[in-house]
Design a binder for this molecule. Structure first.
Ligand SMILES: [Fe+2]
Ligand SMILES: [Fe+2]
Length: 251
């Protein structure tokens, strides 16, 4: 389970805490952005990975630097250990507004819910020690209330489940065409609407992106791979386009 820097300068680091999952759990990446003496953890994951990630994180930065925890959406591989993270750190949590009432079902205590900031549908900025991280809308990709984080210093776009790949053995994509086979199953089945994909593609083409870092699977580094991915997404057929025929009462 290597921890590696995706970007590093004297005052800014983007760290991948890769894969603390085991057994039948879906592989998941945890990402940490550190600017000066503040850090944000993206999509921390569930109970079984919580203590090892906490331990690993504290070897990278003092735990007191962790000021923000971002929950892109409501899935268990994102929020299941939210109570532990909010209890053991001073961090503020961020989650899409529609999921606030549901996160308590994962055991988040009423007092700790007060530490979670609801993200409005249009997104927001998070100030990381002076670095303005953009929290951009990615609704229906796949969750109906879902956000991604763009870091203007490293120019990495953290896409959460968008760009997820499963089954490959590498962590950095070298051949995009070959990589599609590991992404396509998830995107066809979990993303409901190709309209959402096109809206997303048009939006992110306005950003200067050097890398796409999803929550599952391999990173796409460099502008050439970023452009290939956005073009692939913009033209993908998925979800309801493929599933009309299953709307039949089972016989
Ligand atoms: Fe998800
Ligand atoms: Fe996920």
């Amino acid at each position: 389970m290597p921890t590696q820097a995706l970007f590093e300068t004297a005052e800014h680091r983007n760290i991948l805490l890769e894969d603390f999952t085991s057994g039948k759990m879906v592989q998941a990446n945890q990402h940490l952005i550190i600017h000066k003496n503040e850090a944000i953890l993206l999509d921390p994951g569930g109970h079984k990975v919580y203590s090892s990630i906490l331990e690993e994180l504290s070897t990278v930065v003092p735990l007191g630097w962790l000021k923000h925890i971002f929950f892109s959406h409501q899935d268990p591989d994102i929020v299941a250990a939210a109570n532990g993270w909010l209890m053991t750190t001073d961090a503020t949590g961020y989650i899409p507004t529609p999921w606030i009432r549901f996160i308590t079902h994962f055991g988040v205590d009423d007092l700790l819910v007060e530490k979670i900031h609801p993200i409005p549908d249009a997104g927001m900025k998070i100030d990381l020690a002076g670095c303005p991280l953009l929290v951009i809308p990615a609704h229906f990709l796949h969750s109906p209330a879902n956000f991604q984080v763009y870091d203007p210093v490293s120019k990495i776009l953290y896409t959460g489940d968008l760009g997820a790949s499963l089954g490959q053995t590498y962590t950095i994509v070298s051949n995009f065409d070959d990589h599609v086979q590991y992404m396509i199953g998830f995107h066809r089945r979990y993303i409901a609407s190709s309209k959402a994909l096109k809206l997303w593609a048009n939006m992110v083409r306005q950003l200067d992106i050097e890398a796409i870092a999803p929550q599952h699977g391999a990173m796409m580094m460099g502008k050439a791979h970023v452009e290939r991915f956005i073009d692939w997404i913009a033209n993908l057929t998925c979800g309801l386009d493929l599933m009309e025929s299953v709307y039949k009462v089972p016989s």
